[in-house]
Design a protein around this ligand. Structure first.
Ligand code: PLP
Length: 404
């Protein structure tokens, strides 16, 4: 058996399809987001503007967050020192869970080391606890939900994206006495569209299903306290479980679920992905706590983000660039080919100091490869015009079509 040959062939396949991933080596400049330094060449770091960060509101550099993390580091040290059950249940964890439960209007919350783990651990555990459960999953659900559903061993029924008619068909075809769980997202982060949460809850009520909503790309950014689309739409109380991340709009790291006390107790007690791992560093938890508290009170960041997203979409559309019809803060430009998407991103970085990562399969379906821009509160209008001019020049150079 030639192991090395098999590994090399696996990598060759990625190169052949144009989707071999190259990580761009950067350092962000604290206090000057979206400015950063890139270590791509041999002439030392080069200044760049970051256009693809999921630190959507630059909370990772907010003075309150930095101060909380510094204070905590000096007060209690770097790590938690254990799992939640064995020495790693710090007071910061307890406080943050209370804050997150309150954010979503739920009785309790539970922290995980990432949003990925929160989805994987919760869905796999609930699926195992509910006898014979069938899970109804939106076809565009994130890999972490898919992994959790697979590990649960439950039967899975995939409904077409945001398609209520199809979801109802599948629910109706499942016996009434079978436990049912509907898993979906609020903001779909690659297209920037939003689920009809209230209507999905109506179906859940009608067919006696429980609901699991991933609000990873919405928490901090929607709703008057940053509780996500479910808060904005006034439907949070109708959802059984709301899941979120602390690593995107909250700017730090970690994931969580919020639900009633019983469900949280079950996941806390049965989920291996929660139980058998060192808990988040208290430094991270303190930073996230400061961030959640800030965004509960302040709407300034989310308003500026929305205004900038609308501005960038308009600038792209005026320039004839193929901006996709997102209704959120996410601004995707369709390219439709992995090699071209990578080439555009390479030129932007090398010649224009613009950093945007190409998004390829399996993150998006083949043939829909794209560039995904995430303007934040501190991207200036001047940066947006410079970006659009660079893109138009590259589109011309690569003989790609612009709208008239
Ligand atoms: N859910 C969705 C929809 C995501 O897009 C992501 C990450 O990109 C996650 C969950 C995982 O969150 P985290 O980055 O905190 O692991």
């Amino acid at each position: 058996m030639n192991y090395q040959k098999i590994f090399a062939q696996a990598i060759d396949r990625l190169h052949a399809e144009g989707r071999y991933r190259v990580f761009i080596d950067i350092l962000r400049n604290k206090g000057n987001f979206p400015d950063a330094r890139c270590f791509a060449g041999h002439n030392g770091p080069k200044p760049i503007v970051v256009w693809c960060s999921n630190d959507y509101l630059a909370m990772g550099q907010h003075p309150d967050v930095i101060a909380a993390m510094e204070t905590t580091l000096h007060d209690v040290g770097a790590g938690s020192g254990g799992t939640r059950n064995i020495g790693g249940n710090t007071h910061y964890h307890v406080e943050l869970e209370a804050e997150l439960a309150d954010l979503h209007g739920k009785e309790a919350a539970l922290l995980f080391t990432s949003g990925y783990i929160s989805n994987e651990a919760t869905l796999s555990t609930l699926g195992k606890i509910l006898p014979g459960c069938v899970i109804f999953s939106d076809e565009l659900n994130h890999a972490s939900m898919i992994a959790g559903i697979r590990t649960s061993g439950c039967e899975k029924r995939v409904f077409r994206h945001n398609d209520l008619v199809h979801l109802e068909e599948l629910l109706a075809a499942t016996p009434a006495d079978v436990p049912k769980l509907i898993a979906f997202e609020s903001v779909y982060s690659m297209d920037g569209d939003i689920a009809p949460i209230g209507a999905i809850c109506d179906l859940a009520d009608k067919y006696n299903a429980i609901t699991y909503l991933d609000e990873v790309h919405a928490v901090g950014m929607y709703g008057s306290h940053g509780g996500g689309i479910s808060e904005r739409d006034g439907v949070a109380e109708r959802l059984t479980i709301i899941e979120g991340t602390l690593g995107k709009a909250f700017g730090v790291m970690g994931g969580y679920i919020a639900a009633d006390r019983n469900i949280i107790d079950v996941v806390r007690s049965y989920a291996p992905g929660f139980i058998f791992t060192t808990s988040l560093s208290p430094v991270l938890v303190a930073g996230a706590l400061a961030s959640v508290r800030h965004l509960k009170k302040s709407s300034e960041e989310r308003e500026a983000q929305q205004a900038n997203a609308a501005r960038l979409k308009a600038i792209f559309a005026d320039a004839g660039l193929p901006v996709m019809p997102s209704t959120t803060h996410i601004v995707p430009l369709m390219v439709g080919d992995p090699v071209r998407a990578k080439k555009i991103s390479d030129i932007l970085l090398a010649e224009y100091g613009v950093y945007v990562q190409p998004i390829n399969y399996p993150t998006v379906p083949r043939g829909t490869e794209r560039l995904r821009f995430t303007p934040g509160p501190s991207h200036s209008e001047e940066m947006m015009h410079a970006l659009a001019s660079a893109l138009v020049e590259i589109w011309d150079r690569m003989e790609m079509r612009l709208a008239a």
